[in-house]
Design a protein around this ligand. Structure first.
Ligand code: HEM
Length: 300
């Protein structure tokens, strides 16, 4: 279950919500590790074009490969240092204890391309990983995202933060400038984390396209058929190449269990009641927001 329930009963208001990150918490391996890595492997086997993309510009692609070598080495160092229950170094590379797989460590001058290296990282951590270029404005240079929430990496690669978020209602007016300036000022010394949330009418974690939404949900069944989807994101600037690493950890839980506690139910209700229609539509909740509001209010 997600360790997060980011509702305090305040009206809906998307925010930067940036918190300092201790690198012990860069990754959050848990009991689902082996299962999540299997799911990623299956997605990469069947739909690699929707899950993995590297910018086409040759110079930036070459820089991105170097950044991905730096990233893989830092990932391995971090995991073996802070998460020895889940990972161990062995002569071939890093061993994932739960799955008994070993992933090879590249040497510092490795010639591997970014896509190959991102696949290796995807075989180690539950998080999805993107890399943004070091120059201003930072642009999405590559990413391997197996658990997207109704977008896909191929549609976003090459874009800066303002263009990536063009589809998000109100982003241009309120969050675009603070986000760009946050990315500009990010240094290797201080990393950060933030949360996004949405509610889906399916537990599918690989959701690369927007969908119409289910029309069969009622106040009676909606809590059992909808899922809170929390994205725990981290942002870290790599010390050597200056690229920004953006990780996304996706937690999905059925609403019914999450709102069994009346206090949580009330806090979620207040936030959902105050959501404007454009935000409801953007999150793909338009077809079930009415029954959901009624169910949370205890009105069947
Ligand atoms: C401080 C930095 C950031 C902030 C404040 C931020 C904020 C947001 C917000 C509020 C949303 C809408 C979520 C929702 O309502 O469901 C969103 C969506 C998204 N964000 Fe960010 N974000 C940040 C950084 C990034 C970065 C670095 C990337 C790079 C990949 C990124 C990629 C996305 C994508 C792909 C979406 C979905 C857009 C769509 O639906 O078309 N974000 N972000």
């Amino acid at each position: 279950m997600s360790p997060y329930f980011p509702f305090n009963g305040e009206p809906y208001s998307p925010a930067m919500g940036i918190k300092p990150l201790d690198l012990i918490e860069w990754f959050q391996p848990d009991a689902s590790l082996a299962q999540d890595l299997d799911e990623k492997r299956a997605i990469l086997a069947t739909a690699p074009h929707l899950a993995l993309a590297v910018v086409a510009e040759p110079a930036l692609a070459a820089e991105t490969s170097k950044a991905t070598v730096e990233l893989l080495r830092l990932v391995i160092e971090n995991l073996t240092r802070y998460h020895p229950l889940h990972y161990a170094l062995d002569p071939q590379g890093i061993r994932i204890r739960a799955s008994r797989h070993t992933v090879q460590v590249p040497d510092a001058n490795s010639e591997c391309d970014a896509g190959t290296l991102l696949r290796r990282i995807a075989g180690i951590v539950q998080e999805d990983v993107c890399l943004l270029s070091p120059n201003r404005p930072a642009r999405l240079a590559a990413g391997l995202v197996c658990f997207p929430s109704r977008w896909n990496i191929a549609g976003k690669v090459g874009l800066d933060a303002s263009a990536i978020h063009e589809t998000v209602p109100g982003f241009a007016q309120t969050l675009a400038q603070p986000t760009t300036s946050f990315l500009d000022r990010l240094t290797p010394e201080r990393s950060f984390a933030r949360l996004n949330w949405t509610i889906h009418d399916s537990a599918l974690r690989f959701a690369p396209h927007s969908v119409a939404g289910r029309a069969d949900l009622t106040p009676e069944n909606v809590l059992g058929e909808t899922f809170l989807r929390i994205e725990r994101q981290t942002l870290r600037r790599l010390p050597a190449t200056g690229f920004i690493v953006f990780t996304i950890r996706t937690y999905i839980d059925r609403l019914e269990g999450l709102v069994a506690d009346p206090d949580r139910r009330e806090r979620l209700r207040r936030t959902l009641d105050s959501m404007p229609d454009d935000a409801v539509a953007y999150k793909g909740m338009a077809t079930f927001i009415a029954p959901l509001r009624r169910a949370l209010a205890g009105r069947g």
